[in-house]
Ligand binder design. Structure first.
Ligand SMILES: [Zn+2]
Length: 315
């Protein structure tokens, strides 16, 4: 039997993967919603839904293989933005079960006994679109997706790219109640100081740890160097391992989130961070005792391999 994530993190940093959607968008398989939907504003931003799992399974299978080859110990099923709410808006609501189940099946097929498979669950976008009154509805959609992912056989859950702590809390309660180990990571924008409902990273970390996450941290929006101080403040605030999945995009002092920059989503190549920064990220991660180390938007297998190199060099 495979060791659980919690067990693996006890001995060394666990290497994840990512990011799937931007990489598959660049390869022509994912719709960014560019020029059709309002993106980058925080209000109802673009499509980026995971129907590739049923439409182009070979493309997704291949990307999983690349991450596995780069050293990923965890493959994330591409179920990000896979709630019925988000899929409905993109026209795929009726395929909610099929998309989630297919994504888990593909990840498990490639992982075999070599890697754990995580179900990825993100925000519904209902809070940005409709406000806090939609929290109950958001929770119901997230609960449905978690049920589907558990039934499909994921080893654990990664709750990621939540902007509001209040939505993360609802999701995390549901995830923990499912009995699956759960990693919980918030995304901070436009700066790393507070999340969208005003809580600093340290407070987010405490709340997520108290709710039972096996690792807490941050993902997406900024590169490893910009993210580093927020991870440190999280580590000081709680006693569970820290999880980090930075993006590979350069941000500015005023705007530390790439999805708020004008280059999102059509000119991301112009703010790409080199993989060298991810070698350093791997070194820092080991030195600072980060438990789960992966990538997010802008990363591909080369970045994960660079992170693995950094982790190895720092041994
Ligand atoms: Zn991302």
């Amino acid at each position: 039997m495979k060791k659980s994530l919690r067990e693996l993190m006890k001995t060394a940093p666990v290497l994840g993967d990512g990011g799937y959607l931007i990489e598959l968008e660049r390869r022509g398989y994912v719709d960014s919603g560019s020029r059709r939907e309002k993106v980058g504003t925080g209000r109802g931003s673009g499509q980026f839904t995971p129907e590739v799992a049923v439409q182009q399974p070979d493309a997704l299978r291949e990307l999983h293989r690349e991450f596995l080859g780069a050293g990923s110990q965890v493959l994330q099923a591409l179920t990000f933005f896979g709630t019925r709410e988000k899929l409905n808006r993109a026209g795929y609501g009726a395929q909610t079960e099929a998309i989630n189940i297919a994504a888990v099946k593909l990840a498990k097929e490639v992982a075999g006994d070599k890697a754990l498979v995580a179900g990825s669950v993100s925000r519904t976008q209902l809070i940005e679109r409709e406000g806090m009154g939609a929290l109950k509805k958001a929770g119901d959609h997230i609960a449905e997706q978690i049920r589907i992912l558990k039934d499909a056989g994921v080893d654990f859950l990664i709750l990621e790219t939540f902007f509001h702590l209040v939505e993360m809390k609802v999701a995390l309660e549901c995830a923990v109640a499912s009995g699956l180990e759960t990693v919980a990571t918030m995304s901070f924008r436009p700066t790393i100081d507070v999340c969208s409902d005003g809580h600093p990273p340290a407070q987010c970390a405490r709340v997520m740890a108290d709710l039972g996450a096996v690792a807490v941290g941050a993902n997406c929006e900024q590169g490893p160097e910009v993210m580093a101080p927020l991870l440190r403040s999280m580590r000081e605030a709680c006693n569970v391992p820290i999880a980090a999945q930075p993006a590979a995009f350069r941000t500015t002092a005023e705007c530390q989130s790439f999805t708020r920059l004008p280059q999102f989503p059509d000119e991301l190549e112009t703010i790409q961070i080199s993989r060298d920064e991810f070698v350093n990220f791997g070194k820092t991660a080991r030195a600072e005792g980060i438990g789960f180390v992966g990538g997010c938007c802008g990363c591909n297998a080369a970045y994960i391999r660079a992170t693995a190199d950094g982790l190895a060099e720092a041994k």
